[in-house]
Ligand binder design. Structure first.
Ligand code: AMP
Length: 360
């Protein structure tokens, strides 16, 4: 099949790298030409409201998917009128607005941090009183990697947060004193089959994922069951086809859902090297109607993102259990340039790569 991907970043690159060996070919659509998917398929360049270019892109595809959740819903619906698109635009709609997303999760009976929607500084003040400080204010739309957020510790921070977040509609959340951050990733196919990857344990620095361990250590059977039940509830409700990630907070042995990504996810990159079928391969399998592949881990894996600048890859590459994945991007501060997965690493190997990948 020819698969169209809205977005041409590293997630699109890894989807194509997984899908090409399965016999598929790829078209990409993005607002500018990128090197990240170079050589992996045809790239269409246009804005997301450029209907003529969207139409030309979709016309050549048997199925379309997306690699980032800020694709405008109208564009996804326009594509849907021409070519099947998975996951359905409804998943995009829910995930694009943090307030709707939290409400949606809560309505499904899933535990989430306490939250309130606000549209003015006085409502923000009121929400802080109700939720108690500290709390976190987030823009409802277009936030990612910790952008569009402000932590409010003291009353004086309220006006500053409102100004810094530019007076747009916000969601305010009670600060969760989590012991760790986890994520659960699953893929659901057209026949209602669902496979859930082992949970990963994630460490963020400055709001950007730094390290992800898979499987997460010390996951009790009860916690695993809760995570499986919640992702399966979300997927069933959305009639979801493809790979979905839900980020979680573990707090006092319970889990709260923070946010969902209707796509393959950074915390699942280790699945490329430690699973028979990665999150990328299973996404491609699901949207093209192939049966899902095995998600039993073949080894413990720890993934580190390469952000901003390139670490000494020859040193890291000398570790026999290191798998290096660079995305072909020019270094720029804060930019995700690649990732490194260590299979069954020793503590010393892990510490070395941890240190070498901290220079952003
Ligand atoms: P988000 O963009 O919602 O994924 O938030 C980015 C990061 O901010 C998360 O990975 C957490 O480390 C932190 N964070 C977000 N929301 C909360 C919260 N309600 N309580 C504590 N930390 C949070």
């Amino acid at each position: 099949m020819r698969i169209g991907i809205l977005g041409a970043g590293q997630l699109g690159r890894m989807l194509a790298q997984a899908g090409i060996p399965l016999g598929h070919s790829f078209n990409f659509y993005d607002t500018q030409l990128t090197t990240t998917v170079g050589g992996l398929g045809e790239i269409f360049v246009g804005s997301f409201d450029d209907r003529a270019t969207l139409k030309a892109f979709a016309a050549g595809c048997d199925v379309v998917t997306y690699e980032f959740e800020n694709v405008p819903c109208e564009s996804a619906r326009f594509i849907e009128s021409l070519t099947p698109i998975f996951p359905s635009p409804r998943a995009l709609e829910v995930a694009q607005d943090r307030l709707h997303e939290k409400q949606f999760l809560q309505d499904l009976g899933i535990a989430v941090p306490r939250f309130r929607g606000v549209t003015s500084e006085s409502e923000l003040r009121e929400a802080c009183e109700v939720l108690g400080l500290p709390c976190i204010a987030k823009t409802r739309r277009f936030g990612y990697d910790g952008k569009g957020q402000a932590r409010i510790e003291h009353e004086e921070d309220i006006a500053v947060a409102w100004r810094n977040l530019k007076g747009v509609p916000l969601i305010v959340e009670g600060f969760v004193p989590f012991s760790r951050e986890l994520s659960v990733i699953a893929t659901r196919d057209k026949g209602d089959d669902l496979c859930v990857y082992p949970l990963s344990c994630n460490l963020h620095i400055d709001g950007i994922l730094h390290r992800s361990e898979l499987p997460a250590p010390d996951i009790s059977p009860a916690l695993k069951a809760t995570a499986h039940a919640l992702i399966s509830r979300v997927m069933t409700e959305l009639d979801y086809i493809g790979t979905l990630a839900i980020e979680l907070f573990e707090v006092r042995g319970e889990i709260l859902a923070n946010e969902m990504a209707p796509r393959v996810h950074n915390s699942g990159h280790a699945t490329i090297d430690c699973m028979k079928s990665s999150q990328f391969e299973n996404h491609v399998r699901a949207i093209t109607g192939m049966p899902l592949g095995c998600v039993e881990p073949q080894s413990r894996a720890v993934m580190f993102n390469v952000i901003g600048s390139v670490p000494p890859l020859e040193t890291i590459g000398s570790l026999p259990n290191a798998r290096i994945h660079m995305y072909g991007k020019e270094p720029r501060p804060g930019r995700k340039l690649g990732h490194i997965t260590l299979l069954n690493p020793s503590k010393a190997e892990e510490d070395m790569v941890d240190t070498l990948t901290r220079g952003r």
